[in-house]
Design a protein around this ligand. Structure first.
Ligand SMILES: *Cc1c(COP(=O)(O)O)cnc(C)c1O
Length: 390
């Protein structure tokens, strides 16, 4: 019975070009990857600043391993709360302009832990349709009543807030940079609505931390915005190049989360080396803004070229550059042809994106060279024409 169910599911996915498999890589997150002995140019990592293999981060991790060993040994509330947490959390609070921050084992566990702890029965939860899966998961673990609004549709958000019955708390949940479209949430408008209708905002800055804003501090800095209504969440695993997640806000909020977030309470703390390398990453962001500048130079250059070729890039404004092709089989064919040409750009299909919106998803890094980018553009043109997309 179980076997039959597995087989039916797998066959169904295969038939619809939706089967997912894991590809082993022979190297770290870099601008090139080696798959089955073949070296490919890679545009598929969230390691935006190239920090995942930066010597300073490696050195910090090695030093921490020598001092503290490899594993934390227990949860943060038992005996795993290395003092490195405190330093790292102070740093995060500072860059997020908040009083306090709290580190989780990943962005995913931060979202499920914090949202499920915050949202109480009958609270109104307003969620952008393109929000990350981990946000939806966190909300589903709560008893709140979920309303999904069309992507960045402020009229719909307003009317949902206006229709709220009195005495119900409300929270607006949004990505800062949307992970599959690369566009930016209209945060000033969201804050204005939150003020007008007395709502909180939960901002997922997974892709924006280290990337957006004059100092790489994220979406709030990008808009020069500060509001006590915003709870900021982020990850240490993308631009920071490490691992872990965090939430930042008031001391009262953090104290509440420490007591209520099950994904913090019932899991072993992060290895000290991970905390040390994340701290080194934040220092590097402060001290060496040229990494972010290179990332944005590459981003501007690719946006210009891809748009000039005539591709639809979904209003992307960031290093996440989607190329919309429509059907899953077309996206797969495109990705395969690029792979044959020596370039790895993954195809993203439902359920990660809505049906009919399958795409290639290019992500750029500070460490991509101009030659690598020129080669990508050349192949996007050639293959796009061959497949009849251009
Ligand atoms: C990647 C991502 C997460 C999860 O973060 P991890 O640290 O990888 O678990 C959460 N939200 C968004 C928007 C993301 O893109």
């Amino acid at each position: 019975m179980w076997q039959t169910q597995f087989l039916e599911t797998i066959n169904h996915l295969k038939d619809h070009n939706l089967l997912r498999t894991l590809t082993p890589l022979d190297n770290g997150a870099d601008t090139t990857v080696t798959i089955e002995g073949k070296k490919l140019l890679a545009f598929c990592s969230n390691n935006y600043l190239g920090f995942a293999n930066h010597p300073k981060l490696k050195a910090a991790a090695i030093k921490a391993i020598q001092m503290f060993g490899v594993g934390a040994g227990a949860s943060r509330l038992i005996s795993g709360n290395s003092r490195l947490y405190e330093t790292l959390e102070e740093k995060i609070a500072h860059i997020k302009s908040c009083e306090k921050a709290l580190v989780f084992n990943s962005g995913y566990t931060a979202n499920i832990g914090v949202l499920s702890a915050l949202i109480q029965k009958d609270d109104l939860v307003l969620c952008d349709r393109l929000n990350h899966a981990s946000l939806m998961e966190g909300i589903k673990l709560s008893d709140g009543s979920l309303r999904v609004y069309r992507h960045k549709d402020m009229h719909q958000l307003k009317s949902l807030l206006a229709r709220r019955t009195v005495n119900r708390k409300a929270i607006i949940v949004t990505d800062g940079i949307f992970s599959m479209d690369g566009d930016i949430a209209p945060l000033p408008e969201i804050v204005a609505l939150a003020e007008q209708y007395d709502a909180m905002i939960y901002l997922d800055d997974a892709h924006a931390t280290g990337v957006l804003g004059a100092n790489g501090n994220g979406t709030c800095e990008h808009f020069n915005l500060h509001s006590d209504r915003i709870i900021q969440m982020g990850t240490l695993s993308k631009a920071l190049g490490c691992f872990g997640g965090f939430v930042a806000g008031s001391p009262l909020l953090i104290s509440y989360v420490v007591n209520k977030a099950r994904s913090l309470i019932y899991t072993t703390a992060l290895p000290p080396s991970v905390l040390a390398s994340a701290l080194a990453a934040f220092k590097l962001i402060e001290e060496e803004p040229m990494h972010r500048k290179r990332l944005w130079d590459n981003t501007t250059s690719v946006h210009k070229s891809v748009t000039a070729l005539g591709y639809n890039t979904c209003d992307s404004k960031t290093p996440i550059v989607p190329i919309l092709v429509g059907e899953a089989d077309c996206a797969i064919a495109f990705s395969k042809r690029l792979m044959q040409a020596g370039i790895y750009v993954p195809a993203v299909r439902p359920p990660t994106v809505p049906k009919g919106q399958s795409r290639l998803r290019i992500t750029l890094m500070a460490t991509h060279t101009q030659e690598q980018i020129a080669f990508l553009i050349c192949k996007l043109k050639e293959i796009g024409k061959a497949l009849g997309i251009l």
